[in-house]
Design a protein around this ligand. Structure first.
Ligand code: FMN
Length: 348
């Protein structure tokens, strides 16, 4: 929980900045690549993209890399606010340095308000979900609150209210997943970011982060192939199940949850950073109410399918994320992060 507002600020900005970076790294990132670097100098924090961690095959333009960094930026801002600092953010401050994504100046501000404190409490509790949701509707007032969070950050949530639209998005995800599994370059990129059990790595999607058996949902949104037929993942094998099988077989389908697209008006680096901040605002607000999100970005990584989704389901906006939201039907999964010293440079 945030500390109370400090009256004596002398010597504190650098400490606050460091603590906010500790919060920032708990953002979600595509395949848990954690494609960010931070530099702290006094009360100024700069956020850079770490292009060595970009997915060259699935994300050649760095769109998802910047969405991930945008989510980290949201946490950074929230962490500062929770400490009673006001973050003054300049996005993309230097056109000659495209990897410098934001400069953030922490200036003394007001004590954290209720809303900030409640969202902040979710920063390290939030986890990505990979599976089904409990049946039952998500209250309309809560969905409206999620929409508001997205809009506050410059994004928009488009809900697939019509079952045919949700079904079409599931089918497009299935097509993209098929393409990615059959294309060696995609498949080896996934393999690079899904290390085998027992790894000492502190990045990537590890076996504690996905279920051993992927529950079927209705409509069915296939999961990423992190286990690659090796039987990895959490949860005990079902009786009589084949060791490499990840299909939950004849079990009754679980609910898919509320299907939403997060969209932005334009589609450049600043929009991707906004999308990431909107994503994190939505995720934290959802977590506050016991909801989790499952991500299915396969179709958005295949340019033709992304264009199709834009044309048919987004009006004229640009789809950035496809999410299912609901109350998870299994215990929370785990995730790892790189230590702070690997991502933070403290400048004198
Ligand atoms: C831009 C972006 C795309 C993502 N796409 C997927 C996806 O297609 N499938 C999936 O299971 N998780 C996806 N994720 C979730 C990440 O794998 C997850 O954030 C990461 O493994 C860290 O775990 P955590 O969110 O539980 O902390 C995505 C996250 C981001 C930010």
């Amino acid at each position: 929980m945030p500390t109370p507002h400090k009256t004596d600020r002398a010597g504190r900005p650098a400490e606050d900045a460091r603590r906010a970076v500790e919060d920032a790294i708990w953002a979600p990132s595509v395949h848990n690549t954690q494609p960010w670097r931070f530099a702290v100098r006094g009360s100024r924090i700069s956020l850079r993209a770490d292009a060595d961690r970009r997915l060259d095959v699935a994300d050649p333009d760095g769109r998802e890399m910047l969405i991930s960094c945008g989510a980290a930026l949201y946490n950074l801002r929230l962490g500062l606010r929770a400490l009673g600092d006001e973050p003054e953010v300049t996005l993309l401050p230097d056109p000659d340095r495209p990897h410098l994504l934001a400069d953030v100046e922490a200036v003394p501000g007001e004590p954290a308000d209720e809303r900030t404190a409640r969202l902040y409490a979710q920063v390290r509790r939030r986890r990505s979900h990979r599976g089904g949701f409990r049946s039952g509707p998500v209250p309309g007032t809560l969905l409206a609150a999620l929409r508001q969070e997205a809009e506050r950050e410059g994004g928009r949530l488009v809900q697939a209210v019509d079952a045919h639209v949700a079904g079409a998005l599931a089918a497009l995800t299935d097509a993209a997943e098929h393409v990615q599994r059959c294309t060696p370059a995609y498949a080896s990129e996934i393999a690079r970011w899904a290390p085998s059990p027992g790894t000492r790595r502190t990045d990537g999607v590890q076996q504690g982060a996905y279920p051993r058996q992927t529950p079927r949902t209705e409509p069915h949104f296939p999961a990423r192939d992190f286990a690659r037929g090796q039987g990895w993942g959490t949860g005990a094998p079902a009786e009589g199940e084949e060791p490499g099988s990840t299909d939950a077989g004849g079990e009754e389908a679980a609910a898919a949850g509320v299907v939403v697209l997060l969209v932005t008006r334009a589609d450049g680096p600043a929009d991707w950073l906004r999308a990431g901040q909107a994503l994190q605002a939505v995720l934290l607000r959802a977590a506050e109410h016991g909801l989790s999100a499952a991500y299915h970005t396969q179709a958005l990584q295949v340019p033709e399918l992304r264009a199709f989704i834009r044309a048919h389901f987004c009006g004229d906006a640009h789809p950035q994320m496809l999410l299912r939201i609901g109350v998870p039907d299994v215990r929370e999964l785990t995730s790892v992060r790189r230590p702070l010293q690997d991502v933070l440079i403290e400048e004198p």
